[in-house]
Design a protein around this ligand. Structure first.
Ligand SMILES: Nc1ncnc2c1ncn2[C@@H]1O[C@H](COP(=O)(O)OP(=O)(O)OP(=O)(O)O)[C@@H](O)[C@H]1O
Length: 308
């Protein structure tokens, strides 16, 4: 039977008269990375703060590894790691001293071996004896993640983890988080405003609006179920010959000299380019429509129109 490491069940929260979280429910599958998306003020941070038990819900429950944060709070939150606000790292201490400090603070029994393990996981071994004030922002982010992983949580929640990182920092963090999910089976919930980043990082995205889940969007092909069709644009010459080849791959047409090809798999793009090149076609560029961006705007704007 499939188990869900995190289940959010009909959460409600009001601040004064403002009902900001309305019957919010969703569940996360093990080892998958979920984006948590929504416009400013839609309730992402409030939901996350309830999940990690920083604030209480008015009604509803959160189950972490099947344990309720209401009735088994300690057990439940022992399975969760989170960076909600900036982690309080100590700049004048080394990375290793920071980890040792947080290991002592942790309620679980964090061994020296575990400290070494998380250091290797976030690839900070070489920097462990440097003072944290000399770390780059990306290194600080990774040290923050190492701290949140010390007690071996099965669910990791990150609020805007790529904020302020440069492109290399973003790519390194993405690779690392994907390894954590695929190799260690950690389940991730990542809030971000960067739709492109969520699209390449996550398996799925939970889209919320005004405190309610409006949809869950899949970014990958799920067990044989095709994703919604994506539109690949290809610039190649000679264009007629290229079109004839591409027509064997799916619906293909030409608009203003650019070929549009319908595909269901992101991974088919390199195969198609290779087929064109080996048949003597010169390929000048390819791009594809950002599905998540389309879904996000249609989901979040649709409601605004119907509400008005
Ligand atoms: N402590 C609080 N007291 C009163 N209102 C609050 C409090 N915390 C959040 N809110 C309100 O709840 C709503 C949801 O806020 P929240 O910060 O959860 O949204 P968000 O989706 O994380 O937004 P952003 O993308 O801007 O970070 C907002 O209208 C916000 O003003």
């Amino acid at each position: 039977m499939e188990s869900f490491p995190l289940q959010v069940k009909r959460l409600n929260k009001s601040f004064g008269k403002a009902h900001v979280i309305k019957d919010m429910s969703f569940q996360l599958k093990r080892g998958e990375i979920y984006g948590f998306l929504g416009p400013n003020g839609s309730g992402k941070t409030t939901t996350i703060r309830m999940i990690v038990s920083l604030i209480g819900a008015d009604s509803g429950d959160v189950l972490i590894e099947g344990k309720s944060i209401k009735t088994h709070r300690q057990e439940a939150i022992s399975n969760i790691g989170a960076i909600v606000e900036d982690p309080d790292l100590y700049g004048y201490l080394t990375g290793k001293q920071n980890l040792e400090h947080f290991a002592r603070m942790s309620k679980g029994n964090v061994t020296k071996a575990r400290i070494k393990e998380v250091t290797e996981l976030v690839e900070l071994t070489a920097a462990m004896n440097k003072k944290v004030k000399n770390y780059s922002l990306g290194m600080k982010q990774r040290l923050g993640i190492a701290v949140s992983l010390l007690h071996n949580p099965s669910v990791l929640i990150l609020d805007e983890p790529t904020n302020g990182l440069d492109p290399k920092g973003i790519r390194d963090l993405r690779n690392y988080l994907q390894r954590l999910a695929k190799e260690d089976g950690v389940t991730l919930l990542v809030s971000s405003h960067q739709l492109n980043e969520i699209e390449v990082l996550c398996d799925r995205a939970i889209v919320i609006k005004s405190g309610e889940v409006v949809d869950e969007v899949s970014m990958r092909q799920q067990q044989g179920q095709p994703d919604s069709v994506m539109n690949v644009r290809i610039e190649a010459k000679p264009v007629d010959q290229a079109l004839a080849i591409l027509a064997t791959y799916g619906n293909a047409s030409i608009t203003e000299g650019t070929i549009q090809l319908e595909q269901q798999r992101y991974e088919s793009i390199p195969d198609i380019v290779e087929a064109l090149v080996t048949q003597g076609i010169r390929v000048y560029g390819t791009s594809y429509q950002n599905k998540l961006e389309d879904a996000y705007f249609s989901l979040t704007e649709e409601q605004e129109v119907s509400a008005g």
